[in-house]
Design a protein around this ligand. Structure first.
Ligand SMILES: [Fe+2]
Length: 319
């Protein structure tokens, strides 16, 4: 009898709950808008140049990923976003396996969105001349290992080479956004920067994870593993930026691993596992490949566009 009463109670409670559910759902009015900003300024005038600076890297990423995946770049997807800037040098379709091709195509389209979002929030400038040639990457890889690789490194040859070459790019954008963050004030600028940083970090994480799966495989025909190449590239970036250790390969000595407990390093981060940050000058030293923000070269043979990059070129001895 006691069991019968318990069961009756259970079924009554069950039907009562579900008969009330439609009513409670329809009367619930969820809010999806965030709280109004404490300081209601969307974009501060000082935000503009800082966020626009990122366009230099976003342009580079757009054409790098779109060409690599599809053999055609920004001009084939949203030519107006290039604002009349020249097409990139030496960009072409890479020989990618189907999964890598789809991932890289997605990244390329994401970059188009980034360009649009930046321009619609803070305005923009034309695409600078960007060197995505095999020759430029071969030089970066030679500089990384410290001698002429033979044959020269070809980023477009296969998926692993393309991913290693991709290791060079979004990471610089990611640490740049972390560096810009404290200097941004407008609520819309902050929202934009966080959104860009999130996807940039995601792209870097995917590229690094794909490389990590092959960390101990040799990159043919060279005598370096995938992990060793990442370490060499990270060391080169640290050397060029000249501001200490802010860049780590996918396998590291224990003292650089998370909590000093692992040599696995799928994500590059500091002692508290926070992303490193870089200034605009550091970023230019790296992407110019010259170690000098006043001396263009590398990916941007004529230098970056926008107020910040141009200010370094204009006053080479006073910055
Ligand atoms: Fe981006």
């Amino acid at each position: 009898m006691a069991l019968y009463k318990k069961l009756t109670f259970f079924f009554l409670a069950f039907f009562f709950f579900f008969s009330c559910l439609p009513f409670s759902l329809s009367s619930f009015n969820p809010k999806c808008e965030p709280a109004p900003p404490i300081i209601p300024v969307a974009v501060y005038p000082t935000d503009v140049d800082l966020i626009q600076f990122a366009l230099n890297l976003e342009y580079m990423e757009t054409d790098w990923f779109l060409f690599g995946a599809n053999g055609r770049g920004l001009d084939s997807v949203a030519p107006e976003l290039a604002m009349g800037g020249p097409p990139p040098i030496g960009a072409r379709k890479a020989k990618l396996d189907p999964v890598t091709q789809r991932i890289i195509a997605e990244f390329g389209y994401q970059e188009v969105g980034h360009l649009r979002a930046i321009k619609s929030t803070v305005g923009g400038f034309p695409r600078p001349l960007i060197d995505l040639s095999s020759h430029n990457f071969a030089k970066i890889f030679d500089d990384a290992v410290g001698f002429h690789l033979n044959p020269p490194f070809d980023p477009y040859l296969n998926s692993i080479n393309y991913l290693l070459a991709s290791y060079v790019i979004p990471y610089v954008g990611l640490v740049g956004y972390v560096g810009t963050n404290p200097n941004i004030n407008g609520f819309l600028s902050k929202r934009l920067l966080a959104g860009l940083l999130g996807v940039e970090a995601g792209q870097d994480a995917v590229i690094r994870s794909m490389l990590y799966e092959k960390a101990f495989e040799k990159v043919k025909p060279y005598n370096y593993t995938v992990a060793e190449f990442t370490v060499k590239i990270s060391e080169l970036r640290n050397k060029l930026a000249m501001c200490g250790m802010k860049d780590e390969g996918i396998i590291v000595p224990l003292e650089l691993g998370a909590e000093r407990r692992t040599t696995s390093n799928v994500l590059s981060a500091d002692a508290d596992s926070l992303s490193y940050s870089r200034t605009q000058a550091e970023i230019l030293r790296v992407v110019y490949g010259t170690g000098d923000e006043h001396k263009p070269g590398g990916f941007l043979p004529n230098g970056g566009n926008g107020t910040i990059a141009k200010s370094f070129l204009k006053f080479p001895h006073h910055q």
